[in-house]
Ligand binder design. Structure first.
Ligand code: PEP
Length: 244
């Protein structure tokens, strides 16, 4: 677990011109692993431009290996495109596409079978936090992925409180650290052999201003960045913060 992981999730944003511009504007720092997850259709071009500066990720893949699943992209196709990382269980997938823990587990299995690295997204709603259920909710989401956590060659968890995604209202570093410690505990219970190597990232309104405070804590081993990853200068500043 030597390198911090900084992942850009473009969601349904960007275009070919942005792909070309971004590729030449990111710093390459020895102790930071940068991953860019564009819309799948841009992954191939991004991978051609990546050199050793960043890896390419996908934001999701289908839960089946192949077949009659119109509109889906399989994990093997993600690998063909040059991706080595796949986000799975993002809260927007869970809410907009009704993906439950079983669907996340099925996708995770496909991702590991294709020898790609899953980044499993977990997080609580505002109502769950306000009613004191946040830790139980997130621990349950982590534990539901026990098979994947045990089987994957490399895997990471992204803790993304749903109330902090795209709202400009980040969790405080203290709130994030408390949850990361709870997640670490869950990992040690369900995947004791793999746990020490599993990085836990924070996501939710990370920007160039709050990144240095988050990276002051060793419990935060990376970040997943949505909105701020669409601003190349700001995203480069987050990568530099991760290196310090
Ligand atoms: C995300 O969607 O993964 C995310 C963290 O978004 P934002 O940084 O915009 O809150």
């Amino acid at each position: 677990m030597t390198q911090r992981l900084v992942i850009a999730n473009w969601k349904m944003n960007g275009d070919l011109a942005f792909v070309e511009a971004l590729a030449s504007s990111l710093p390459s720092l020895a102790n930071v692993q940068t991953v860019i997850a564009p819309p799948a259709v841009y992954a191939l071009r991004l991978a051609e431009l990546a050199q050793e500066v960043f890896k390419v990720g996908l934001q999701d893949v289908g839960r089946h290996e192949s077949g009659a699943h119109t509109g889906e992209v399989s994990a093997a196709m993600a690998r063909d495109l040059g991706a080595s990382v796949v986000l799975v269980g993002h809260s927007e997938r869970r809410s907009e596409h009704a993906e439950d823990d079983a669907a996340v587990a099925a996708k995770c299995e496909q991702i590991t079978a294709a020898e790609l690295m899953p980044v499993i997204c977990v997080g609580e709603t505002l109502a769950e936090r306000e009613s004191g259920k946040a830790i139980d909710r997130v621990r349950a989401q982590v534990m539901a992925q026990r098979q994947c956590l045990r089987n994957a060659k490399e895997v990471a968890i992204a803790y993304e409180p749903i109330w902090a995604i795209g709202t400009g209202k980040s969790a405080t570093a203290t709130e994030a650290v408390q949850m990361h410690q709870a997640i670490r505990g869950a990992l040690e219970e369900v995947a004791p052999l793999a746990a020490p190597e599993i990085r836990i990232l924070y996501g939710g309104s990370v920007n160039a201003e709050n990144a240095p405070e988050l990276f002051a804590y060793s419990d935060i081993q990376g970040v997943l960045v949505g909105g701020a990853s669409l601003d190349t200068e700001q995203f480069a500043a987050i990568i530099r913060a991760a290196a310090n």
